[in-house]
Design a binder for this molecule. Structure first.
Ligand code: NAD
Length: 420
């Protein structure tokens, strides 16, 4: 089997490694290595042109023993059942590691949104929401943004879902989706939350390792929500961005790329192509950049056995989900490169989604200091739990993170038992 063959298999290989080390109850391993529900919907959309097109959407609910299913929606041509299963499972581990009362789910539509107008995207989103029906719900399964989805898409989901409820109950359903625009019930700090979390964790790692970030260099793969926010927030600690790659290509400047200027350029031109203060490089060169920190924040399976040996960094802070294959993981551990694993590193997004959900339920608005302060506290607790498990089991951080999650889930299964 090729190392990229099945993403869900890769997740379960990671689970098996942790489960073997901690001695997880085999019955609970059986439960946790399969998703609870898999919803596949094929739905027609009448596009603005009048043409009807069929789409396939997924919602896979991995586990809800710790709370409602929770996880993002992705619009991408590579979305398929295997990928969504893996992403859903990662949400289960993530929420358990940072100890928030949620389970794990993920979903998406298999298509390339770049080929569609804003009006068509709205039609596709609303029709998908309708097709999902009561498979989502504010106390049952709560979607959020992921690749190629954003606050606007969440606003359309909210609006469609509310119109599917009895008028008397609409006001009680705002927490059906998180990552909404702030004016439509979103939380301040949610848009930057995943990137902010990545930076809080890098700063904590640097503190623990007497590593001076003000002289550090880093490079980022993916300059969307997670990558651009992480890059911009790293500026405050003085470290220097030296290369960026997105779907259109990569750029490099050893003297530094200003992440705010690059963000503004992208907003204006729609692509990094032609960015004046850096040189265009190819993917292989990008993956060999010499720097202190690499932040993968694009797709899964980017660090593989073919490039892990030449990755010239001290720390990999995984903003993306599943950027490292299990085979590459072994190479990286062997080489002594530290990884802050995805299930901890990018948990900031779901933590602030949880805050948004709480604010909607309580009809409250929190300010940015409160959101950032609580996010920091939760992530630092997660970091400590993973660090302690790595020491206790004398293992790498990814395996330690899984052990933290599996222990929490195992305990609850043992307490509650299996019905009937
Ligand atoms: P996004 O759509 O905002 O941005 C994705 C970025 O990746 C874009 O810059 C795109 O050009 C780039 N990209 C796509 N294909 C690429 C390729 N082949 N090579 C290089 N770059 C490529 O998505 P996002 O929300 O920032 O999500 C990025 C990753 O972070 C995903 O793995 C997602 O699951 C994960 N994540 C996102 C959140 C969140 O809150 N948005 C939370 C946790 C994890």
């Amino acid at each position: 089997m090729s190392e990229k063959a099945s993403l869900f298999e890769n997740v379960n290989r990671q689970v098996d490694k942790a489960a073997d080390l901690m001695g997880l109850d085999p019955d609970i391993r059986q439960i946790l290595t399969r998703p609870t529900n898999e919803i596949v919907v094929h739905f027609p959309v009448k596009l603005a042109s009048g043409q009807i097109e069929m789409f396939t959407g997924y919602r896979i609910q991995h586990n809800s023993i710790l709370g409602p299913f929770k996880g993002g929606l992705r619009f991408h041509p590579a979305v398929n059942r295997d990928e969504v299963r893996a992403l859903a499972a990662w949400m289960t581990w993530k929420t358990a590691i940072v100890d928030i009362p949620y389970g794990g789910a993920k979903g998406g539509i298999q298509f390339d949104p770049k080929g569609y107008s804003e009006e068509d995207l709205e039609r596709i989103t609303r029709r998908f929401t309708y097709a999902l029906g009561n498979n989502i719900g504010p106390e049952y399964d709560i979607p959020a943004p992921d690749m190629n989805t954003n606050a606007q898409i969440m606003a359309w989901i909210l609006d469609t879902y509310l119109f599917m409820q009895h008028p008397h109950e609409r006001q009680d359903n705002y927490h059906v989706v998180t990552g909404k625009p702030v004016a439509s019930g979103g939380s301040v700090g949610r848009e930057k939350a995943t990137g902010q979390g990545v930076v809080y964790l890098i700063e904590r790692w640097a503190g623990d390792n007497d590593f001076d970030l003000s002289n550090a260099t880093y490079f980022v793969q993916g300059f969307g929500n997670v990558g651009s926010w992480a890059a911009r927030l790293m500026k405050a600690n003085g470290s220097k961005l030296v290369a960026v790659e997105d779907a259109a290509g990569a750029i490099h400047n050893p003297d530094g790329i200003d992440p705010d200027q690059l963000t503004a350029y992208l907003l204006e031109k729609g692509s990094m192509k032609g960015y004046p203060s850096a040189q265009a490089i190819d993917h292989v060169t990008f993956m060999r950049i010499s720097a202190d920190i690499f932040i993968p924040a694009a797709l899964e399976n980017q660090i593989t056995t073919s490039n892990a040996g030449s990755l010239d960094v001290r720390l990999i802070a995984e903003g993306a989900n599943g950027p490292t294959t299990p085979g590459a993981d072994a190479v990286i551990i062997e080489r002594g490169v530290q990884i802050i694993p995805d299930v901890l590193c990018n948990a900031g997004g779901v933590v602030v989604s949880y805050f948004e959900w709480l604010q909607n339920k309580r009809r409250e608005y929190w300010d940015l200091d409160e959101v950032d302060g609580k996010l920091h506290k939760i992530l630092m607790s997660g970091y400590r739990r993973v660090k302690n498990a790595a020491a206790e089991y004398n293992t790498d951080w990814r395996t330690a993170a899984y052990i933290v999650a599996l222990k929490r889930l195992e305990r609850v299964y043992k307490e509650r038992g299996i019905f009937p």
